[in-house]
Design a protein around this ligand. Structure first.
Ligand code: PMP
Length: 398
């Protein structure tokens, strides 16, 4: 007998398990479309020039590494507020946004979840069906009962919007609703601006608490375009949470740069909320790391570097869109009869390809093309060298 005799083996993370399988595959033509990472046209993880320039400037002026304040670098938090709400927006100017630096978007979600558990202990959490696989586990671990709202309609190849509204309409007042601000993971289907208006009306009428997960701002239609949904929630007069991730938009995955912002009714309220967010941080990991936050703050707050970032982010966005078109054309050219044009209606990194689990397994075993069992493929991992092979492989299993 030991303390750990009864400890069960936890299930493997499905995506990491897929990576291990990919790494072990000896097929020289193998392609990994399982990951949630952007690769450039050479299949490489980019190191953005704006990041390198900011790091060079930091190296030229080496600084000692004291502890950061609990809520992170002040210039970083200010830059996040500007990006999410608009630097000259009313919420930022009046000081009614509480923003903290967080360990990635995941950290932003976790700090928000811990705070919400304190103020709304009995609330339920609703996530989309399907959703990013960590949403359910994260909110469950924070002590919530997690259920889902209707989202994907496989038959229609789109959003089951009536179902979504019905789920939200049936939710009890105070329910926390996790919404993907843009570039829905895993489906790639976003709702339209007019549909957002309807969602907001229900959220308001039912007294729900919106938690917007913004992990892909700038990857969909543009920084401002993707952030427009935030403006809608502000205009509706709602209090809400926004988690931000710079993992993808700065290609800084391993630096763990993210944030949580909470829109309150007044500065006085935001000050109180901020004090509680700081308790959540203090009791989890005390304070955030410096490097990634310092890089992002330097880029966002230096006009030339910011312009360079916007250009580089734009190139990533455009390349993903080009790959979507090439995928649709390539599948047609490879003999796929069914209309695959839905892939260009999807947005962001991912595509729910509509392929079944059996087809995905065949793609893996016969062609070394790796996507998830659910049929999700990462369009951002396609490039001019592997696209034809992927199209031919898909055509053979369809
Ligand atoms: N939310 C969603 C929807 C995501 O897809 C991801 C990451 N893939 C995250 C949050 C977490 O982001 P991070 O890696 O910055 O923690």
């Amino acid at each position: 007998m030991s303390l750990f005799t009864a400890v069960e083996m936890a299930p493997r993370d499905p995506i990491l398990g897929l990576n291990e399988q990919f790494n072990a595959d000896t097929n020289p033509a193998k392609v990994n479309l399982g990951v949630g990472v952007y690769f450039d046209d050479n299949g490489k993880l980019p190191l953005l020039a704006c990041v390198q320039a900011a790091e060079k400037a930091m190296m030229d002026k080496p600084a000692a590494r004291g502890y950061l304040p609990i809520d992170g670098i002040a210039a970083y938090d200010a830059a996040v507020k500007g990006l999410v709400f608009g630097a000259d927006s009313e919420p930022v100017k009046t000081g009614r946004v509480a923003t903290v630096q967080a360990i990635g978007g995941t950290g932003g979600l976790k700090i928000g979840a811990d705070f919400l558990k304190k103020i709304s202990p009995a609330a339920k959490v609703l996530i989309s069906d399907p959703s990013w696989e960590n949403h359910r586990a994260l909110f469950t671990n924070a002590g919530f009962t997690v259920e889902s709202y209707a989202y994907y309609d496989a038959a229609k190849r789109g959003v089951n919007f009536d179902g979504m509204l019905a789920s939200l309409n049936a939710a009890e007042s105070g329910t926390i609703v996790v919404l993907h601000a843009c570039c829905h993971n895993p489906t790639g289907y976003d709702i339209t601006p007019a549909q957002w208006d309807q969602v907001i009306a229900v959220v308001k009428a039912r007294g729900l608490t919106p938690f917007l997960d913004m992990a892909y701002q700038g990857f969909g239609n543009g920084i401002a375009e993707d952030g427009a949904v935030i403006q809608k929630f502000v205009a509706a007069g709602l209090a809400f949470f926004v988690s931000t991730s710079f993992s993808k938009s700065f290609s800084l995955y391993g630096e763990r740069v993210g944030a949580l912002s909470v829109l309150c009714q007044s500065k006085e309220e935001a000050d109180r909320v901020l004090s509680q967010l700081k308790i959540a941080i203090r009791t989890n990991y005390s304070n955030p790391p410096i490097h990634g936050g310092a890089v992002v703050a330097a880029v966002l707050n230096t006009p030339e570097l910011r312009a360079l970032w916007e250009k580089e982010l734009g190139e990533m966005r455009v390349r993903i869109k080009a790959m979507r078109s090439k995928l649709v054309d390539g599948l047609k050219a490879a003999g796929v009869k069914q209309d695959m044009s839905f892939m260009t209606e999807q947005i962001g990194m991912f595509s729910y390809s509509g392929l079944s689990k059996e087809q995905m397994l065949r793609l893996r075993s016969e062609f070394g093309v790796y996507g998830t069992d659910t049929g999700r493929i990462c369009v951002a991992a396609l490039n001019s060298k592997n696209i034809d092979y992927v199209c031919q492989a898909i055509a053979k299993v369809i």
